[in-house]
Design a binder for this molecule. Structure first.
Ligand code: SF4
Length: 62
């Protein structure tokens, strides 16, 4: 799994950070940052839930 984020559309909702704090963080302006772009298998479900829950489709996985 590879994780991608688009800061430009991030609405600073923090939902992804709550869902998968090992993978997502926020920069000093509150916008999404990917901490771990290739997370281990045990985090994949949390990441997928975060992707589905992002209100602006600013994070995705391949
Ligand atoms: S859930 Fe989406 S909009 Fe909210 S902080 Fe994460 S990337 Fe940004």
């Amino acid at each position: 799994m590879r994780v991608f984020a688009t800061k430009e559309t991030c609405a600073v909702s923090s939902l992804c950070v709550y869902q998968a704090p090992e993978v997502f963080d926020q920069d000093e302006e509150g916008q999404v940052e990917v901490l771990d772009p290739e997370p281990p298998a045990e985090l994949h479900e949390d990441v997928r839930i975060a992707v589905r829950g992002c209100p602006t489709q600013s994070i995705r996985v391949e």
